[in-house]
Design a protein around this ligand. Structure first.
Ligand SMILES: Cc1cc2nc3c(=O)[nH]c(=O)nc-3n(C[C@H](O)[C@H](O)[C@H](O)COP(=O)(O)OP(=O)(O)OC[C@H]3O[C@@H](n4cnc5c(N)ncnc54)[C@H](O)[C@@H]3O)c2cc1C
Ligand SMILES: *[C@@H]1O[C@H](CO)[C@@H](O)[C@H](O)[C@H]1NC(C)=O
Ligand SMILES: *[C@@H]1O[C@H](CO)[C@@H](O)[C@H](O)[C@H]1NC(C)=O
Ligand SMILES: *[C@@H]1O[C@H](CO)[C@@H](O)[C@H](O)[C@H]1NC(C)=O
Ligand SMILES: *[C@@H]1O[C@H](CO)[C@@H](O)[C@H](O)[C@H]1NC(C)=O
Ligand SMILES: *[C@@H]1O[C@H](CO)[C@@H](O)[C@H](O)[C@H]1NC(C)=O
Ligand SMILES: *[C@@H]1O[C@H](CO)[C@@H](O)[C@H](O)[C@H]1NC(C)=O
Ligand SMILES: *[C@@H]1O[C@H](CO)[C@@H](O)[C@H](O)[C@H]1NC(C)=O
Ligand SMILES: *[C@@H]1O[C@H](CO)[C@@H](O)[C@H](O)[C@H]1NC(C)=O
Ligand SMILES: *[C@@H]1O[C@H](CO)[C@@H](O)[C@H](O)[C@H]1NC(C)=O
Ligand SMILES: *[C@@H]1O[C@H](CO)[C@@H](O)[C@H](O)[C@H]1NC(C)=O
Length: 612
């Protein structure tokens, strides 16, 4: 535990070398941050895409001919653009709907404010029946990156690959040769530059472009240890299950995105053409031969067409990749017919959507003051690489836990432990919570610890569908969170485990306890009964924005959209490389597997074109 007072701050300033964001003086830095926060608080999320897209009826101007066109410069697209331009004879066009990140995005601890900016697509789910009931209109807020780097430019930065069993299942259960853990591990390592110690070095890369670091204290590790959950140094190493300090996409004090890691230093490659503010509205397909040959996009209100000689690669993310395929005539027959979109290929696009969801509502209240700084003070600490703004959502610890306590079985639950927690008003804003619903929590940001309980392997699956045949409309996202009973049972078991810690020694040491919250709307259930907790969970749920499986990978075109080489079934020169191809969720967060799959896809592509 560290209580920061003035004298320690001074010592730290002298002792630490500071990296990253350099402003002439602290005041300018604070002004920049406060300006961005104020803009976010005053930002109106557009109901449709008209804030970045002007459709015009003029004929498309020729943007030229390229070997590959990559649609979306997010987590996956940025890596592909880097790796494919390693072949100097290949000309690559990267089309990204968003623009460049600003300095504000580099501060992981303030990442949620980016949801309320041009850098997010600003999605909500459809009204949910079984979860997110405390959210406005029962819609879960579902931000997605709309900026180069995609999710990695606005996300919380947690680097957690998952369990070996996850990838073995991609291979064995879903029938995708080449994707077992043993076969994908080299691609996790390829991107990585792990700089934290101690770590299981056999499992990490060094000298890759994507830096991974740890910046956390170990406050509540013993709490889990008392329950027989082991401390582990490195959950991306030999063993995943246990409690550990969170690994972050972090270099010095700055966020690492796929833009900063894979593109920023490579823009001078003469065979790489990055076109920002370029919203792709349709993939050009020869229907007779089922061959993709280009992309239509709108940039600054002008229509363009770019031609692809070798391939079109869709990397628009878990929501927008299925949207774009459907707008281009690839999808479910009935749905496309309803919207008057001529069918090119019948595939289950948008089906099988899965997402990680967590319970927001467990607070540990202590008698200590861990953090009590003004924004200016926190930013000063940040300049010296000090918490609390170093990690997304101020996450310190994560615990991957399976109820069988067996390292060879993947975890059921991830606990995400944040200090300091967001304030009640930040909660309301970040998660879109209904007015007054946060009142019973009365969060104390100086002394509370928040434990989020996250379901790793939901059984519920939902869908992404189109509202209309126009790219101006945002897609309809129905994740069906907690629709399957097994999901809420598992989350509840996760909550029970934390509740059983209420009388533990470590909490006693801090004169701490788990706050007994009077969750709104649960009065009709017996206090603290299972039904009462189900009521609480169904209300205070939020996704952690990992939509996957909407173009899932598999051998059968009836139940999957791409094959194990990520080629769209029954189509030529068309691939999908992004989170949408994951057959199911991993036991972690989704950035790391997307980095892996983009690295692997780059090699597959090079091999298939005899360049490897
Ligand atoms: C708020 C938030 C927090 C998250 N926190 C974490 C975390 O802590 N740890 C973690 O591991 N993962 C986290 N994730 C998830 C992670 O960021 C995503 O899984 C990952 O970015 C997905 O990569 P992708 O390449 O599939 O899509 P994205 O990274 O979303 O990239 C898709 C890109 O395509 C562009 N695009 C979309 N449609 C079009 C179009 N029609 N034309 C042109 N361009 C288009 C988008 O603007 C975007 O840049 C978080 C995500 C979000 C949104
Ligand atoms: C918020 O936006 C409104 C209307 O656009 C404007 O009048 C107001 O000054 C803005 N407030 C801040 C704090 O920027
Ligand atoms: C999502 O919900 C929030 C909160 O209700 C609202 O402000 C926002 O406009 C909604 N977004 C869309 C795209 O409808
Ligand atoms: C769309 O066109 C209108 C009218 O020309 C303009 O005011 C607006 O800024 C444009 N929007 C975008 C996103 O280009
Ligand atoms: C990218 O392609 C466009 C259209 O062909 C061209 O105008 C532009 O100069 C190219 N940019 C680079 C950096 O090659
Ligand atoms: C980009 O290049 C600079 C200068 O060579 C180097 O210091 C930096 O580490 C590079 N960044 C990445 C992400 O490789
Ligand atoms: C594409 O071809 C199929 C026959 O293979 C036909 O049924 C369909 O209508 C065509 N679609 C378009 C968009 O022309
Ligand atoms: C927060 O908790 C600390 C430590 O117990 C206490 O001193 C402080 O008064 C509390 N703040 C509020 C607003 O309740
Ligand atoms: C936090 O700091 C402020 C300003 O220094 C002080 O007024 C307040 O009492 C402090 N709160 C706690 C809980 O220490
Ligand atoms: C752990 O699970 C594996 C796979 O189910 C099983 O083979 C093994 O016996 C279990 N080990 C323990 C210690 O329970
Ligand atoms: C935890 O224990 C304290 C007493 O130490 C009690 O007041 C509180 O209600 C308990 N919390 C829960 C969630 O049961």
């Amino acid at each position: 535990m560290r209580v920061v007072n003035t004298s320690t701050v001074l010592i730290l300033i002298v002792a630490r070398v500071s990296f990253g964001l350099k402003y002439d003086n602290l005041e300018d830095f604070v002004d920049m941050v406060e300006d961005n926060i104020n803009k976010a608080l005053n930002y109106t999320i557009s109901k449709d895409n008209s804030d970045i897209l002007n459709l015009s009826s003029s004929t498309a101007k020729d943007f030229g001919t390229f070997d590959f066109i990559i649609i979306g410069g997010g987590a996956a697209g940025a890596i592909l653009a880097n790796r494919l331009t390693e072949i100097s004879e290949w000309k690559i066009l990267l089309l990204e709907a968003g623009g460049l990140p600003n300095d504000f995005t580099k501060i992981l601890g303030l990442s949620p404010y980016n949801y309320f900016s041009t850098r997010s697509w600003g999605y909500n789910s459809t009204s949910q029946k079984h979860a997110c009931l405390a959210m406005k209109e029962e819609k879960c807020s579902l931000p997605q990156g709309r900026v180069i780097g995609g999710g990695t430019t606005i996300n919380a930065g947690v680097y957690a690959r998952g369990h070996p069993e996850d990838f073995d299942r991609w291979s064995n259960v879903y029938g995708n040769p080449g994707w077992s853990y043993e076969e994908v591990l080299p691609y996790f390592k390829k991107s990585e530059n792990a700089v934290f110690e101690p770590r299981d070095s056999d499992y990490h890369g060094e000298g890759g472009y994507y830096t991974v670091d740890i910046n956390a204290v170990k406050l509540f590790k013993p709490l889990f240890n008392e329950k027989g959950i082991d401390f582990i140094d490195d959950y991306n190493g030999k063993y995943q299950n246990g409690i550990a300090q969170v690994q972050m996409s972090l270099k010095g004090n700055e966020r690492v995105s796929t833009y900063s890691a894979f593109l920023e230093n490579f823009t001078s490659r003469s065979n790489l053409n990055i076109s920002l503010h370029s919203f792709v509205t349709k993939i050009a397909i020869n229907n007779a031969t089922k061959t993709a040959y280009g992309a239509y996009f709108v940039k600054d209100g002008v229509n363009y067409f770019a031609k692809a000689k070798k391939e079109v690669i869709v990397s628009a993310g878990g929501i927008n990749s299925p949207q774009l395929l459907m707008l281009s005539g690839i999808g479910r027959k009935k749905h496309l017919k309803e919207l008057n979109i001529p069918l090119v290929k019948y595939l289950p696009v948008g089906k099988y959507l899965q997402d990680h969801i967590l319970f927001l509502g467990l607070i540990v209240r202590t008698n200590r003051i861990f953090y009590n700084q003004t924004m200016a003070e926190m930013l000063k600490l940040y300049e010296e690489n000090q918490r609390p703004l170093m990690t997304g959502f101020q996450v310190e610890l994560v615990s991957f836990t399976n109820f069988g306590r067996n390292q060879s079985i993947r975890p059921d639950i991830e606990y995400i432990i944040s200090t300091p927690p967001p304030s009640s008003s930040q909660f309301e804003i970040f998660f879109g919570i209904k007015d007054s619903y946060m009142d019973p929590f009365n969060i104390n940001t100086s002394s509370d610890i928040l434990i989020y309980t996250c379901l790793m392997h939901p059984k519920s699956r939902g869908s992404v569908t189109l509202k209309s045949n126009s790219p101006l409309d945002k897609p309809l996202i129905n994740p069906n969170y907690l629709a399957e009973d097994e999901d809420i049972e598992t989350l509840y078991r996760g909550v029970e485990l934390i509740l059983s810690m209420n009388n533990s020694q470590i909490l006693k040491n801090y004169e701490a306890y788990i706050v007994d919250v009077e969750y709104p709307n649960c009065v009709s259930y017996k206090k603290s009964s299972k039904e009462w907790w189900f009521c609480a969970i169904r209300q205070f749920t939020s996704p952690i924005y990992h939509p996957v499986s909407t173009n899932r990978m598999g051998p059968d075109p009836k139940t999957s959209v791409v094959n194990a080489h990520l080629q769209v079934h029954g189509m030529k020169k068309l691939r999908v490389v992004d989170s949408s191809v994951m057959p199911e969720l991993n036991s972690g967060h989704t950035t790391a597997p997307v980095l892996m799959l983009a690295e692997k896809a780059s090699n597959i592509i090079k091999k298939q074109h005899n360049r490897y």
